[in-house]
Design a protein around this ligand. Structure first.
Ligand code: TQI
Ligand code: ZN
Ligand code: ZN
Length: 169
């Protein structure tokens, strides 16, 4: 069953659109940005919120960036595997990914020759759930389930994820 981050933290009632931006220094390519766009669409389909990319990192609601090791928020990344990413609860909006992971943005993570390959969209969908206010689910099929293997892809929202987010939005 789904849970909430804490005390039903959510974006303000009536929020119709949230903007997102990428850390300018990361210089991400279109393939990577496309993965985030697809991940956001999965949540906008089942809520009343839409997501729009902006180039203004400072003023965006959701701030996405890849960082390694200590990056200034007291939650350092740990290199390959372990922590893959973290997101803060509403309305902080920070979404950090561990730049040391072997990210696969093409969707064919199962075919990767690297045993440590991690599917970017899978992690993005999960972390966006946190950004919107969901905690972890006890339902194994849910994208908000707290563990996943490497070379695994789980990007489709389960009924449990949808039920949880629709309590909030
Ligand atoms: N990062 C954890 C996560 O997002 C951070 C975390 C640890 C956390 N404990 C928490 C967040 C308690 C909220 C509440 O869950 S992670 C997965 C999964 C991670 C894990 O790097 O371990 C995904 C990031 F579910 F697959 F294991 C993304 Cl998809
Ligand atoms: Zn961080
Ligand atoms: Zn999580």
């Amino acid at each position: 069953h789904y849970t909430f981050f804490s005390e039903m933290q959510r974006w303000p009632q009536g929020t119709k659109e949230l903007t997102y931006a990428f850390e300018p220094h990361n210089d991400l390519d279109g393939v990577v940005k496309g993965v985030f766009s697809k991940a956001f669409k999965r949540w906008s389909k089942v809520t009343t919120i839409t997501f729009r990319e902006t180039t203004s990192f400072e003023s965006a609601d959701l701030k996405i960036g890849f960082y390694t090791g200590n990056h200034g928020d007291g939650e350092p990344f740990d290199g390959v595997l372990g922590t893959l990413a973290h997101a803060f609860s509403p309305t902080n909006g920070r979404f950090h990914l561990d730049g040391a992971e072997n990210w696969v943005a093409t969707g064919n993570v199962m075919a990767s020759s690297l045993s440590s390959a991690v599917d970017l969209e899978t992690v993005a969908v999960h972390e966006i759930g946190h950004l919107l206010g969901l905690g972890h689910s006890s339902v194994e099929e849910a994208v908000m389930y707290p563990t996943i293997g490497t070379r695994t892809r789980k990007v489709k929202l389960a009924h449990d994820d949808i039920q949880g987010i629709q309590v909030l939005y």
